[in-house]
Design a protein around this ligand. Structure first.
Ligand code: ZN
Length: 116
């Protein structure tokens, strides 16, 4: 459902400008952002006689795939780094959401011929 309260088309230009400023201030530092996905996967190592051959696989291990996807496949994330990666991903989503809203406001300002 669309949040009518934040619909740029329904806001006065003055409110749009104020909201744009508030959003930009809320952004804060954008250093700790990351775009991509984490996935967990269990693995079989392939060693003869290992318990994983016919029993429990190893892991699960965590893998990160960056977005946009470059040459990268999923990269292994050490267990000690998973929480940091989660934090960066969450922050990245917040920043993307705020930037998308600022962009929508600017598109509305453009439509009103008051973008400068
Ligand atoms: Zn194994």
């Amino acid at each position: 459902m669309k949040d009518h309260k934040n619909d740029p088309g329904a806001m006065s230009t003055r409110r749009l400008l104020a909201r744009r400023r508030a959003l930009a201030e809320r952004l804060g530092s954008v250093e700790e952002v990351l775009a991509g996905t984490l996935a967990e996967q269990a693995r079989r190592c392939g060693k003869v006689g290992c318990r994983c051959a016919d029993g429990e696989p190893h892991g699960p291990y965590t893998y990160f795939t960056a977005r946009p996807q470059g040459r990268g496949r999923a990269r292994y994330v050490p267990a000690g780094a998973v929480e940091v990666v989660r934090r960066y991903l969450q922050r990245g989503e917040q920043v993307e959401t705020v930037l998308a809203e600022i962009s929508a406001i600017n598109a509305e300002l453009l439509a009103r011929r008051v973008l400068e």
